[in-house]
Every structure is written in structure tokens, then in C-alpha cells.
Design a protein around this ligand. Sequence first.
Ligand code: SAH
Ligand code: SF4
Ligand code: F3S
Length: 479
Amino acid sequence: MQENSLGDKTMDESRQGEAIQLQDGEKVNGKKLYLESYGCAMNFSDSEVVASILRDKGYTTTRDEREADVVLINTCSIRDNAEQRVRNRLANFNKAKREKPGLVVGILGCMAERLKKQLLEEEKMVDLVAGPDAYRDLPNLIEEVDGGQKAVNVLLSRDETYADISPVRLDQNGVTAFVSITRGCDNMCSFCVVPFTRGRERSRDPHTIVQECQDLFEKGYREVTLLGQNVDSYRWNMTSKGEVKDPEKPTTNFAQLMEMVAQVNPKLRIRFSTSHPKDMTDDVLHVMAKHKNICNYIHLPVQSGNSENLKRMNRGYTREWYMDRIHAIKRIVPNCGISTDIISGFCGETEEEHKDTISLMKEVKYDLAYMYKYSERPKTLAERKFEDDVPEEVKQRRLEEIINLQLSHSLEINQAQIGKVEEILVEKESRRSTDQMVGRTDRNHKVIFDRKDKKIGDYCLVKITDCTSGSLIGELVEE
Ligand code: SAH
Ligand code: SF4
Ligand code: F3S
């Protein structure tokens, strides 16, 4: 887990050695794939597309890297330390490669896109580099490597959404799944590398999204999280200016898409990430309020509580605008959980500006926050225009203030849940004891409870009896 984040958003966690089950009658080519993923939920979701593409070519997967013929690492570039982690990990494969010279080592994802061919020069044991829009080409790229060449495809696309590929669900609990609805990002926040690594924003055909959710439900899944860098800018059959492309066909915006997915089945819970404060409309909130199976939880990254800082960040909103969106959530979706992302020590951040972030946190009182020190990224607007001038120790001290405040808010909100009876979806066994299970409330609070007869995938009622700043403790109550 990220050293300075609370909660267990997947950001900066890694998933290693994910195995897919072969279905009856599937042809195998005798080659084993070892897949490892870093970064955000979108990257994990992409790894499922990669596994699907390679399975169709006969690859099987292994959780043991020593058995692998092909090692693929799906990487993240969001902060410098995310890249350093991957570089350190690559050192391990150096040795593996000496022992097994035919081993193919490939880098996928955001580092691949950011560094392109340079990766082959810097990391000698890497054979293959494929960007996020080049995964259909992976079987060919691997063949090229087998033929003795290094292989690179980092072309970004304006329309690739992998909409027709049914992702293989990797290493999952069989209950919760990610479903991508957009790719790329057109926002150009000045600190962010994502527009460079993921390309232009594009939305996926709504019918393929609904179909995927339907299939998941039929396979026993009970929760989907709709994914996009900015889900609020989802649009189908519309230009970015909101003009209709084909008048013969219906248009779909995010509020409408959510409503379509909510109707798949009342027993399928819906979550989504990430909402953008500049684009989140009241329509989305009204749809949430209307459908019980759309969870009352919004991740609404603020980044900073100061309007001048937000302007330098090119976020497209002020503190006042952001607070108006918070008030809209509290008005339209009562009892809605809210979480955020905060960056400490962005270029030019003064002590006063930092204090504004602290005061905004006190005004909103987030359930959860993911908090980071600013890390300058090559080619971004901030790197070109501003100086990374907040000293490391000041960034660190501000971050600690932010984290400590958030810990006290999370604890306070969790304590306020004690005594309530909540419906939870059971997701997994507790890591500490097989007698305990872990589920989530509608508001996304993690609850640990004695399992009795409950199984993964069940909905059940629990009474909250105790808590820490990270989770709730509950006991089953009769339905
Ligand atoms: N699309 C989402 C966030 C994607 S990146 C959004 O717009 O909110 C996830 C988080 O990483 C960001 O919200 C931001 O808080 C953090 N982040 C992005 N670039 C960063 C950088 N250069 N340094 C530190 N944190 C960064
Ligand atoms: Fe990055 Fe901003 Fe796009 Fe989020 S909205 S991915 S922070 S550019
Ligand atoms: Fe990282 Fe790329 Fe996601 S930079 S956060 S893996 S979009």
C-alpha cells in the first residue's frame, strides 16, 4: 500500500502473478504468462484485457514467475516513486533472464508509453514495450521477440476502447469487478502525466458496458465499479462540445449510463470512479438518489483547498465551486460518503495556501483521503511552467498535517456509525482470521464481522459495534 494513503484504494498497490482459469476446450500453445500490475484500477482492468487477448492465443498463466515464458509488467508513472518501484522489481528479472535466456520480459502501461524506446536502452533485459492502446498487438510483438528482435508499439489511438473484448477476471473474489467506461484524459491538470501516457479521452459504447455488467451479474458478481479518469465526461454519440453526432441514434451521458447499469438488476451494486468537480452535474446526483443500488459514495478529488493553487494546477474549478458541489451532494444524496485526493507542496504553494487545504478538509470532513507529496513529472505543464520550489521537508511536514487531520476525521465518521444497522455485501475472508469476513456498506465503509453462515457474495445486515480509523467492526443481525 502507498505509504501515505489511507484506506485501500488500489492506487500504488501491486498485484502479482495473476492466474486465469482456462475454460474447457480452449487451445493452449504451451507458453506460460506471468502478469504483474501496478498503479490505478484502470491499469488492473487493462491487465484483464491483456490476459484475455493472450488467452485467446493459447497462453496459460502462472502465479510463479520461475515457470514463466513471458513476463509482462503493467506499470504506472503517476509519481516518481511508482516508477522506481518498477525499476527495482526489474532487477529481479535480470537474474531470471540469465537462468532462462529465452524468457520474454515486457513492459506495458504508463511507463511504456512515457519512456517508449528509451526503456529498452535503460533496462537492457527488457525485450518488449507496449503502450495502453497497443495490447491487441501483443501476440505479434511477442512473436517478434521470439524471432530475435526487440519489439515496441506505443501508438496511442483516438478510438480504441477494447469494447469488444470480454476481460478475463484476474485474481478476484468473484463478487466485485471493474468495468472501464472511458479511456484517456483530455483535462491537462498541470501536475499530471496521465494525458501523455493514456492519450485522448474516448468513451465506450454504452451497450457493451451494460452487456458486460449483465454478464458479470449472471456469473455471480454483485458489484461493479465504472471506471474512467473523469467519469462525468462520459459521452456517447456526442462531441466534446455536446453536439449530437448521429441524429438517428440516441445520445448517452454519464447520468444516463448509470441509470442503464442500475437497471441491470437491483441486486447489482454500482460504484464509479473518478468524479471530476468541474464536470459533476446534479443529474448524476439525482440518479444516485433515485436508485438504491447505486452506492452512496463519491470520490471527488480536490487536490488543494486554495483557488490560486487550483488555478496553477489547471483543475478548472475554484474552492467555492468545489464547495458548491459538496453542498449539492449533501443536499441531494443524504448520508453520502465522500473521499478525495490531496497533493501537498505543489509548485508555489505558500503556507497560507496549505492552511486553506486544512480548512477545506475541516469544512467537508471526508470519510477517506489519498494524500501525496507533489512529484514533478517530465513534460507536464507544471514541469515546463513552474519551479518545483517547495522544499522536501516542507512538503513532508504539510503532508503529515494533512494525514493526521484526515485520520481524526475518518475516526470521527467511523465512530458516528456505531449503533447503526447496515446492509453489507460480503467480499472476502478477513486476513486475520478465517472465522471473520469483510464486507462494505453502501457508503463504502469496510466492516469486519464473525461469519457464522455467511458466504462471499451474500448481502447481510450487520450492527456496527466498534471501529478504528480504517474499518468498522460489526455483528450479524437477523433479517
Ligand atoms: N483522474 C483522477 C486522478 C488520477 S491520478 C482525477 O482527476 O482526480 C490519482 C491522483 O494522483 C490524483 O488525484 C492526484 O492527487 C495524484 N497525482 C497525480 N499526479 C501527481 C503528481 N505529479 N504528484 C503527486 N500526486 C499526483
Ligand atoms: Fe490527471 Fe487531471 Fe486527467 Fe485526473 S483529470 S487524469 S488528474 S489530467
Ligand atoms: Fe498510474 Fe497510468 Fe493509472 S500513470 S495512476 S497507471 S493511468
